[in-house]
Write a protein that binds this ligand. Structure first.
Ligand code: GZL
Length: 344
């Protein structure tokens, strides 16, 4: 019995030795080279590493903006994307930017939730030699060398477009000289989109003594806050002729509140509704006459940012500000074709 167990052990050892020799031979012949030299490692060296700090996911516009970034900065397009959602908090954006610096990314892209409070972290990025590209919103810094460029919208012009449309609409309806009671729902306090749109609209409103701004309140670009603020305004003011809402999500909330108050909206309603963003859902309401006008704010900014990065990679000069193309939508130009072709 002992003899057979001994022979078995020798057989197992011989088999293990043969397997080991085969493995070593295979390795030597490079049979597993592809595992060792996985292209992923070599591609990483060629891929441009981009750290993106997105401010949050407060609106449909923001969701579309994020999709634009994620659809652009892909491996197929030669990028390695590190993406962070700051959930509306500046401190989270600052943490994310510091993390990008420590990871030695090639570029930092971020949409600043507010304009101020960025000098220190942008100075750190500058000292690390990492170019910073602003997307969507801007920063208010003395030293403009702290960022390479801003790719976004001309918010002041968006506000002016809203004001000029109202001038035209009142003129068309024979009310140019009548008293007009206006309320304004403003976006996130201190954001460049809120600051610019407010400045632009009021630069037009100041020319009309018969335009009475009953209230202007912050509603954070969200539908919930838009509804809450609009409910308060409806309780305080019995006669509101125009609502100027600085984004579609706040508009959706305001429309709910107005509907519950028994007042009507739109081209044939008591209250004229002016919105901003131009999301698909809002444009459908424009086509239905519920929203009178929607000032477009284009979230498809990923490709614009990628174009800037390619220019920088090629050593080309870039502008300090790039504006995306934008339109103004009313019932006259929101066709089914427009709606069917919209990417957001
Ligand atoms: C505009 C962007 C604004 C949108 C809102 O560029 O900053 O933030 O208008 C979004 O929908 O929340």
């Amino acid at each position: 019995m002992k003899q057979s167990i001994h022979i078995n052990r020798i057989a197992v050892l011989l088999l293990a030795a043969v397997l080991l020799v085969l493995l070593l031979l295979g390795w030597g012949l490079g049979m597993f080279a592809d595992i060792e030299e996985e292209p992923y490692v070599s591609e990483d060296a060629d891929r441009i590493v981009v750290g993106v700090s997105q401010l949050g996911s407060e609106s449909m516009w923001r969701t579309a903006n994020t999709e634009s970034v994620q659809n652009t900065f892909t491996q197929q397009n030669g990028y390695f994307l590190i993406f962070n959602n700051a959930r509306q908090k500046q401190e989270n954006q600052i943490k994310a930017i510091r993390s990008f610096i420590s990871q030695r990314v090639d570029y930092i892209v971020f949409s600043p939730v507010v304009e101020t409070g960025w000098e220190t972290v942008l100075q750190e990025a500058k000292e690390a030699g990492i170019p910073v590209i602003l997307m969507d919103r801007n920063v208010d810094v003395e030293d403009k060398s702290l960022y390479v460029t801003c790719v976004g919208s001309d918010f002041v012009t968006e506000g002016e477009k809203a004001g000029h449309w109202l001038e035209d609409d009142l003129r068309r309806s024979g009310r140019a000289d009548e008293d007009v009671n206006i309320v304004v729902l403003k976006g996130t306090e201190g954001s460049s989109s809120q600051i610019g749109r407010t400045r632009g609209f009021f630069s037009v409103a100041q020319d009309h003594d018969n335009w009475h701004i009953l209230a202007q309140e912050y509603a954070d670009f969200t539908s919930a806050k838009g509804r809450e603020v609009m409910e308060g305004m409806l309780k305080r003011y019995s006669q509101i002729d125009v609502v100027v809402s600085q984004n579609d999500d706040m508009t959706f909330g305001a429309l709910e509140a107005i509907g519950e108050s028994g007042r009507s909206v739109g081209v044939n309603g008591d209250i004229t509704v002016i919105s901003v963003d131009g999301t698909h859902e809002a444009l459908a309401m424009v086509a239905d006459g519920v929203i009178n006008v929607d000032i477009e704010c284009n979230p498809d900014q990923g490709e614009y940012v990628s174009d800037v990065i390619r220019m920088l990679e090629n050593g080309e000069q870039v502008e300090k500000q790039y504006y995306v193309d934008e339109d103004v939508f009313t019932i006259d130009n929101v066709t089914q074709d427009v709606l069917s072709k919209r990417s957001y």
